[in-house]
Write a protein that binds this ligand. Structure first.
Ligand SMILES: Nc1ncnc2c1ncn2[C@@H]1O[C@H](COP(=O)(O)OP(=O)(O)O)[C@@H](O)[C@H]1O
Ligand SMILES: [Mg+2]
Length: 369
């Protein structure tokens, strides 16, 4: 047991320690009182605002900026008055010394001696955004080059055939031989046309009908089971309360079948995987207030297909929805690109998350409830 003195001493040390931890956080943190005046700021905040203690403490919050898009009234009404946490994922600010930054901030109510205080945390986004943009541009560049290489390869083969046939045609006198040449030319030009059509993606109008999504999924599962992947478990986690949805059933089946096949192939080709442990999970849920990719949906149907395969190769993860991005021998790399076009035509969106041992695709479709 500690003696009282020891406990007091321990408390003193703890508060010193906490003070030091607070000052050394890499996150910028400040405390505002109910008048929205800064009463405390850690070192990182002082660096972010480039203000010393004297000019920082006692300052009104809005006066820390010469311009900003922070929703201060929300911090006041939500956090300080109602105790609700607030997050602003992106705000543009210009500090008093004219520096510009993009930041994310969150506020939380804390109380001290019955006094309500808002704890505000800031995170700089510019560095992250720059890094993301650079990485995205690089991946786009690689994907574009791969696409061109793939295309060149696919075009060159039939072109070679057409040229050869035309040369022969010039000198052939027998009709049967001439027919053979013209047939070859027709075949190869058809092959090229088909390639171009595939690249352009689906262009038919959707044939929408009211469907029970679980019946649609069941017929896809049946098709997927026809492939020889019986060692892979298919787990279904359906929300039976989901109402009928208006979709082009055939197209949606095409999208989901490709995602399931990709998962089957990934698990199957993964040598490190214990062959018995592969599983694919199909989950349906109703979601509310979904917003991404410039789309917003009050109510949405979520179809999630996840697998415990090796995960998507890091080299292609940023571009898997691009045409001709594939890591499979003989793969077209068109499945996900077509899927994205089709989901877009349904006014929904699709995204993907993947890490080693886990891949999940989420499709969100507007649901008129
Ligand atoms: N579940 C998954 N696990 C691992 N990689 C995947 C998965 N789904 C898709 N991929 C990757 O995305 C690529 C693109 O898929 P897709 O557009 O369907 O073309 P394809 O199947 O012809 O390669 C695949 O080649 C694969 O590398
Ligand atoms: Mg595929």
């Amino acid at each position: 047991m500690f003696s009282n003195d020891a406990i007091n001493e321990k408390n003193i040390n703890t508060s010193k320690l906490l003070h030091s931890a607070w000052q050394n956080l890499t996150t910028s943190v400040i405390l505002l009182n109910q008048d929205l005046i800064v009463i405390y700021a850690n070192e990182s905040a002082k660096e972010l605002f480039a203000l010393g203690e004297k000019r920082f403490i006692g300052q009104e919050f809005h006066a820390l900026f010469s311009h900003h898009t922070i929703d201060i009234s929300r911090i006041y009404s939500h956090t300080l008055e109602q105790g609700i946490d607030c997050h602003q994922h992106r705000a543009d600010v210009v500090f008093v010394d004219s520096r510009h930054a993009k930041i994310a901030l969150s506020s939380r109510l804390i109380t001290n001696d019955n006094q309500a205080l808002a704890l505000i945390e800031f995170r700089r986004l510019d560095e992250e955004i720059k890094h993301d943009q650079a990485s995205y541009q690089m991946h786009q560049h690689i994907a574009a080059r791969t696409l061109i290489r793939g295309l060149a390869h696919e075009i060159k083969n039939p072109l070679g055939g057409i040229r050869g046939a035309a040369q022969l045609l010039q000198y052939e006198t027998y009709q049967s031989e001439r027919d053979e040449c013209t047939n070859l030319i027709i075949e190869q030009t058809d092959r090229l046309t088909e390639l171009v059509d595939r690249l352009l993606g689906p262009n038919q109008l959707l044939k929408k009908t009211e469907c029970n999504i679980h019946q649609t999924l069941e017929s896809v599962v049946k098709l997927a089971m026809l492939e020889n992947y019986n060692h892979i478990k298919l787990v279904k986690d359906y929300d039976p309360s989901i109402p009928d949805i208006t979709i082009d059933e055939g197209k949606m089946q095409q999208v989901i079948l490709n995602i399931i096949r990709n998962a089957q192939q990934a698990i199957h080709n993964n040598e490190a995987n214990n062959i018995e442990s592969g599983s694919i999970r199909i989950k349906t849920r109703i979601r509310h207030q979904m917003r991404a990719h410039n789309k917003s949906m009050k109510n949405a149907l979520q179809i999630q297909i996840s697998d415990n395969g090796p995960g998507i190769d890091q080299d292609i993860i940023e571009t898997i929805f691009f045409p001709m991005v594939t890591n499979k021998e003989g793969g077209s790399g068109l499945g996900l690109s077509i899927a994205q076009t089709l989901i877009d035509q349904h006014n929904g969106y699709i995204d993907c998350e993947s890490w080693s041992g886990h891949t999940e695709f989420n499709i969100y479709l507007p649901l008129g409830l």
